[in-house]
Design a protein. Sequence first.
Length: 334
Amino acid sequence: MAGQGIRRFLSAATLALCCFFAAPALAQAPEGSPVAVHGQLSVRGNQIVDQNGAPVTLRGMSLFWSQWMPQYYNADAVRWLRDDWNVSVVRAAIAVPAGGYLQNPERETAKAEAVIDAAIALGIYVIVDWHAHDPAPEAAARFFDHIAERYGNTPNVIYETWNEPLPRYNWATDIKPYHEALIPHIRAHDPDNIIIAGTGSWSQDVEIAAADPLAFSNVGYALHFYAGTHRQSLRDKAQRALDLGAALMVTEWGTAESNGDGPLDQAEIQRWWDFMEANHISYANWSIADKSESTAALRPGAEGNGGWPDDMISPSGLLVRAHIRGLNGAYAGH
């Protein structure tokens, strides 16, 4: 895929598309909530900082592919994650292929809105993730035009513009031009909220992006890892990206292997936690799902509306919940 071709897809006519839905009335963040405490986030050097210029580390959970786990895309589940798990961020993984946005744009957009509306009401941050391995640039432009116009006046929203580009996509010729064409759609409606750009090889080649960065303000880069597969060599790549001045966000990480299964690697999990905390890198665990696999946070049959007792939370979920609770407990209401 050539960068010129992507720019042609995202033509001036597409850029002029507008949203036909009125923007919702936005609730003020509850006192003491993460958004009330940190407010508008921005990128300064290789860190994400809050409204006071202090480095901020968000810790939370990612929902699963929206077309396959729709039962958790609701306000009650998000509220439970805030109140019981103490998350300061939730990620809406809006599926693009395989019955997702490409086939059902209104249905998947409604799921994104349900999670965003809940996050705003609860005072937590929300990553709106274009969950795809291939770019689908025209559809992405329509989606982010809508989301940015509807929610661009709230500090809660973080845009993740391409979840995990496949290894066949090159940063210089494919991935960077895609982001360069898409980001103006967001900035036309939302001039300041953070954008997290996916990087090569399933968002692992962060040092390549850092060496050839996007020329936009308040942009960081996605780093994904699975503790049973990705170890010190990936942390070394992340450190090189930081040294080059890139801000990183781990919008997706897993406790086991990259296929979602296998044993929990607690030693590597701790090494990753230590690395992210030391570098003020925010992170969201994959995933709130009741799938029968190691990285799913819930056991099969867990209710869609939250209220999960411990015996319906998986070993991975119990480990991650305890970690988030231990570090995020200072927010009011937690």
